[in-house]
Design a binder for this molecule. Structure first.
Ligand SMILES: Cc1ncc(COP(=O)(O)O)c(C=O)c1O
Length: 382
């Protein structure tokens, strides 16, 4: 296991910038750059390296499985969260006026999840939103009010991209199961920064991707599907890489793989897989438990410093109720992000909130620098 401080030198951007934007895009490492170069070199030297590419896709599947403590047969390799969620809803019998047509989503879902849920209205679904309380949290009781025996699927999110709140996915999933519904958790704002275990979460599906805390690029994601559900879930959104025998090249029937590969689709996103495997290897070298503890310590320092400045921190102070993202209200967030950028501090925003994201390569100096910059701009904090 490498020390987090030693891994900092993998990320050249940190020599120039204080990088606090992993909630949008993880920093580029030497290793991920080298992985892209390896892909290009192989293509240049050998042309199509199909067998190697398929092997790389399986390496990515195994790496995602280790990160989630799932079996490799429970992981689909996707190009995005959207592909995973579309695959799942395509396997739900929403048409035909049956009794289970409700999809419950929290107001903290990423737009793609909400939009895919509402698209199912065209197939007969009813979408119910679970709204946050005035303090920004969504207690499990709000889910209890929305989930009933008509519910087919509950969508929740491990950590909100908008506010930094962590949802009690295990409790939400237990509620869904009490009513015979399935539960999907979006882990994008958590995976790589928190230590995850799909059995402890108790969920049926977990989606995520490599752009953020997994330190790689756009165009690669995963979908975990609980093993004992596979028999009864037949995706109608599919492709030849989901077939039980990809290279049979058979156009006469639909015979999907027995395992979660049935949720793969077309040609794998090969360049992104090279990068993704390299990004995940950095996370595994650091260890997710060590990253989670490191990030929690930095977030404590940040939240306390923000409180001293009199800022309105939207993200809870309690470590169990937040992840790597801290959100703070601003009276003019666009100006604030731009002014921080001018000081070489990279952050981002959603609505009226500044987003400060912490990861394995951040250190207390980064937190102190952003706090000092914010202290000089108290007028932009609401
Ligand atoms: C919580 C969350 N879900 C999903 C996504 C992206 O979904 P997709 O992979 O479909 O682009 C993001 C960010 O891009 C996100 O923050």
């Amino acid at each position: 296991m490498s020390s987090l401080a030693a891994l900092r030198s993998e990320f050249p951007i940190l020599e120039r910038l204080t990088y606090l934007n992993s909630c949008s895009q993880g920093a580029l490492s030497h290793r991920v750059r080298a992985a892209y170069e390896e892909y290009l070199a192989g293509w240049d030297e050998n042309g199509a390296e199909w067998e190697h590419w398929v092997e790389r896709a399986e390496t990515a599947r195994a790496a995602f499985a280790r990160l989630l403590r799932a079996g490799a047969g429970e992981i689909a390799v996707t190009t995005s969260v959207s592909q995973g969620v579309n695959g799942i809803v395509s396997a739900l019998p929403l048409e035909g006026g049956g009794d289970r047509r409700r999809i419950v989503i929290s107001d903290y879902e990423f737009p793609t999840v909400g939009q895919i849920a509402h698209a199912q209205e065209l197939r007969g679904a009813e979408v119910v939103h679970v709204r946050p309380d005035a303090d920004g949290s969504i207690p499990v009781e709000r889910f209890a009010e929305a989930i009933d025996d008509r519910t087919a699927l509950v969508c929740c999110t491990l950590v909100s991209y908008r506010s930094g709140h962590r949802q009690d996915v295990a409790a939400i999933s237990a509620l869904a199961h009490e009513h015979g519904a399935l539960c999907l958790a979006d882990s994008y704002q958590a995976v790589g920064a928190l230590d995850l275990d799909v059995r402890a979460l108790g969920v049926d599906f977990v989606t995520g991707g490599t752009v953020k805390y997994l330190l790689a690029s756009a165009g690669l994601g995963f979908l975990y599907v609980r093993r004992d559900l596979l028999d009864r879930l037949l995706p109608t959104q599919t492709g030849w890489f989901a077939d039980e025998d990809i290279f049979r090249m058979d156009i006469s029937d639909y015979s999907p793989a027995a395992d979660a590969r049935r949720f793969d689709a077309g040609t794998p996103p090969v360049p992104n897989i090279y990068a993704g495997v390299a990004g995940v290897s950095l996370i595994e070298e650091a260890g997710t438990a060590a990253i989670e503890a490191h990030v929690a310590g930095l977030a404590d320092r940040l939240v306390d410093g923000l409180a001293e400045l009199g800022a309105t921190v939207v993200t809870p102070r309690d470590r169990q109720r937040r992840g790597p993202l801290v959100c703070v209200r601003s009276s003019d967030v666009a100006a604030l992000v731009a002014e921080l950028q001018a000081e070489r501090i990279v952050t981002s925003s959603r609505e009226d909130k500044l987003r400060i994201a912490l990861h394995l390569y951040n250190d207390p100096g980064d937190v102190d620098r952003v706090l000092a910059a914010l202290a000089a701009r108290r007028h932009l904090l609401a």
